[in-house]
Every structure is written in C-alpha cells, then in structure tokens.
Write a protein that binds this ligand. Structure first.
Ligand SMILES: Nc1ncnc2c1ncn2[C@@H]1O[C@H](COP(=O)(O)OP(=O)(O)OP(=O)(O)O)[C@@H](O)[C@H]1O
Ligand SMILES: [Mg+2]
Length: 445
C-alpha cells in the first residue's frame, strides 16, 4: 500500500504532496495507482494556481520494490523539484494522520485520503513493531476497509466484537470504537428499529479487496445483536458460508478465495431486532471455470476437496499393507463417489492448473491447499447438521459433482468439437461411469 510507506507530515510551514509516479500492482490487472511524495516548499514565485514552487522531497513515494512495479520516474529523499501550485496538494496537519473519519480532514484530495488510510493501516508508524493497525476508516456513513493481507499482525485482536454489539448508543458516535464493518451493521440495525425502514448495505471493491470478509463481519454482527427465537437460525445462517465458498469460490491470480458469483443476502428481523429469517440469492456464477481456467488459478474449491479427500482418506498408511479404515470416507462421500473417484491428478478439470499454495510437501499435491480436507468436512457437516440435508441428499450431490469431473475426461474431435472421439474406449467407460453415478435418482431412467 503506497500511502502506508509515507512518514507523518511534520509540523513545518508549507508541506504538500506531489505526484511523482504511478505503479501497477502485480498482477497488473488493476488500474495504475498514483503515488505521491511528501515535499516541503523551499521557495515560490508568482501567485495563484500557476505559482512556481521549488520543493524538496521529504519522503519519496515508495520504498517497497517487492510489491510494486514502478512505472513513473521515482524520486529520492532530499531531491529538489520544480512544481506548479495547482499540482501541489497541501498536506494535512500531523494530528490528522490517524483521523477516524476522512470527512473531517482539512484538505480532501487523493494523497490526503491515501496518507490517512496508510497511516492508520500501519498503526501510526512505519516501524514493523506496530501491531495496533486500523485497517478501516469512515468517510461519513461509509466504511473503507484496506485489505490487511497480514494475519500475523493480529488484526482480529485489535477489535472486540462485543464492544460493538453492546455499545451504548450508536457505534459511529462512540469515539472509543474504531471504524469497522460492525459499525455499519450497527447503523443499519438502529435505523431499522427506530425508523422501521428497510436497510441495504452495499459492499463493493475490486477482486481481493475484502468484500467477502466484510460481509461475514456484518452478518456476524447482526446475528449477535439479539438471540433469534427461531431454533438454530443463527447457526444455519453462518453455516452457509462454507458450502457457498466451496462451490462458488476459486483461487485466482488476485485472490486465493475469490468469489466467482454475486450474492444478495436478505435478512429479516422482527420488531424486537431478532433475526427471524434469511434468504440468500446467488447469481452470475462463472460456470466456464468448471472446464477451463488460467494455469496459475484453480477450479472451484470443491473439485479439489473431493478427490483429495478420497485419496488421503483411502491411502494405505505408510508401512502398512492394508488400506486404512475407509468408513469415514464412505460416510462423507457416499458409496458411488467413493467407488468412482479417481486420483485428483487424473482429472482434466483439476490438473490443468499448477498453483503452488500451502503445499504439504508432496509434489502432486501442489495444486491443493492444506485446508481442503478440513474444509470438505465442514461443508458436509454444514449441509447435514445445520442446513438439514439428509445423507442421501449429500451423497447424490457429491455423485453429481464426481459425474462432472468424469465428463471433463471426454475428448472431442478436433474438427467438430460437438462430437466425441468414438473410437476411444475410455470415453465409453466415462459415459458408463457417469451414468452409474447419477442413476437412478438424478437422471431419468
Ligand atoms: N478484514 C480482514 N482480515 C483478515 N484478512 C482479510 C480481511 N479482508 C480480507 N482479508 C484477506 O484477503 C483475502 C481476500 O478477501 P476477500 O475474499 O474478502 O476479497 P473479495 O473482495 O471478496 O474478492 P473477490 O471479489 O475476488 O471475491 C481473504 O481471503 C483474506 O485472506
Ligand atoms: Mg469474495
């Protein structure tokens, strides 16, 4: 984050920001980010916007060559530049460096906003030892969240959800509570109960910005406000996350857990403010991904969990001749899926990616994430325990998924992509397997 690398504006005379470059973040999918250097005015000639200023660079824009590819000419500390007043943005006083609401800044311009969010992000200091980072900042009723990408910095410990849930009076007006998506949940909750108007919370940002995480924060806040009278409703609501993300999220070049669908969640509260119902609508699922994706990406998570789970759970233990106990795998996968699932690396729809993530040290597992197995268990348990699906339901669903994996093995004629290579015995076997998997319950006889 560019702004985070810039030191606090000192309390000097005439300080300001000057655009000295732009960067493209890797991978270069996003628009270039403008970078500003903090400068001190040494002398000026003329007046008004055309006045010519001689400025000295106090803090150059970027000092992190790992994350950013510089595009414009960089400058060095102490360098002297000649700029016009209209391109020089007055710096805010240093006491506003950690301002909780950008709307209160003396000077509202891009470098000023970036600087404030950057200072909050790095806890008011450039030194690594800072652990109290505030990654959210208000702009009036809007909360801007800067993706931390740094779990080791103890983000979660900086905030205590209960302080927000039990805040006396609106969170936004409580200066002891830092900006957080919970504050937006609180604002909507209060408005709903006092005004009786439906509320909408819009969460937007580029891929990897943190929308899904923010959505979980808000949901978590709303269900914690008052215990629901509907049995297990809260658990059910929270339990939707694991299956939704397993079936609809995938690793992309921007985000290891990118949502490949849009989601609208409607939550109903009764007059006492208790959650009494919810509906989740999904749309725009990126179906094409199930067949093809970039080599640095992954298919939907579920397509990895399944064969990986089957393979790991049914491997003989090292040194033992017999198979390990497969009853767990039979229960979790269902008999048919257990029987027909091949090793993950054999599936075209899985092996085309070559992502190295969280490896467990075994070569072919490079495409898998260490958490896939546990995640798979959570998915099945969410379906069965929290969402009320029967074992038969989940078995059929899994069979259908395995059927899709098998269909991905079909080979098509080069000249006519609609025709399967008839001579290939394998393809016949695939169709037969597919049929077995889906009969009798899913496919009509
Ligand atoms: N508040 C946060 N605390 C900890 N980690 C976070 C936070 N926000 C984002 N992250 C990290 O960044 C990753 C990307 O965030 P997230 O999946 O929410 O992005 P997104 O905006 O939903 O992206 P996409 O549009 O691709 O779905 C998360 O998997 C998580 O590792
Ligand atoms: Mg998302």
């Amino acid at each position: 984050m560019a702004a985070a690398a810039i030191a606090a504006a000192a309390s000097q005379k005439d300080m300001g920001w000057y655009k000295t470059g732009s960067v493209k973040k890797k991978p270069a999918l996003t628009d270039p980010v403008q970078l500003y250097s903090l400068c001190e005015v040494v002398s000026s000639e003329g007046s008004g916007p055309e006045a010519v200023l001689t400025v000295k660079v106090v803090d150059p824009y970027y000092d992190n060559p790992v994350d950013y590819l510089p595009q414009g000419g960089g400058v060095k500390k102490g360098e002297t530049l000649t700029v016009t007043r209209e391109n020089f943005h007055a710096a805010n006083p240093p006491e506003q460096d950690m301002c909780m609401d950008l709307g209160e800044l003396d000077n509202m311009h891009e470098p000023g906003l970036l600087h404030c969010m950057g200072m909050r992000y790095c806890g008011g200091s450039k030194t690594e030892s800072q652990v109290t980072s505030y990654y959210c900042t208000f702009i009036g009723p809007i909360c801007v969240a800067t993706n931390p990408f740094a779990p080791q910095k103890a983000w979660k410990n900086s905030f205590n959800r209960d302080d927000y849930v039990h805040s006396k009076g609106p969170v936004m007006q409580n200066k002891k509570l830092q900006p957080h998506p919970w504050a937006i949940g609180d604002m909507s909750y209060n408005e709903l109960l006092t005004e009786g108007n439906n509320q909408a919370i819009l969460i937007c940002g580029e891929s990897g910005a943190g929308k899904t995480e923010c959505c979980k924060f808000v949901l978590d806040f709303l269900v914690q406000k008052k215990e629901s009278l509907v049995e297990n409703l809260t658990d059910k609501l929270l339990a939707t996350n694991d299956p939704l993300e397993a079936f609809g999220n995938a690793k992309t070049v921007n985000n290891d857990n990118s949502s490949r669908f849009a989601k609208c969640m409607q939550i109903a509260l009764d007059r006492e403010g208790r959650v009494c119902g919810a509906e989740i609508q999904t749309s725009l699922l990126e179906k094409a991904r199930s067949c093809a994706f970039f080599v640095q990406e992954r298919n939907f998570h579920i397509f990895y969990m399944l064969p990986y789970y089957r393979h790991v759970k049914c491997q003989p233990d090292p040194g033992e001749k017999q198979q390990t106990d497969t009853s767990d795998a039979l229960d979790m996968l269902g008999e048919k899926a257990h029987k027909y699932l091949m090793e993950a690396d054999k599936y075209n729809n899985v092996k085309q990616g070559d992502v190295i993530v969280d490896t467990e040290g075994v070569r072919y597992r490079e495409r898998f994430q260490a958490g896939d197995i546990d995640w798979y268990k959570r998915v099945i348990s969410s379906f069965r325990v929290s969402l009320g699906y029967t074992k038969k339901d989940t078995d059929e669903m899994i069979s259908l998924l395995v059927g899709c994996l098998h269909l991905g093995q079909l080979e098509f004629k080069d000249d006519d992509k609609s025709e399967i290579l008839a001579e290939s015995e394998d393809d016949v076997a695939i169709i037969v397997r597919f049929h077995h998997l889906l009969m009798p319950s899913i496919l009509p006889r």
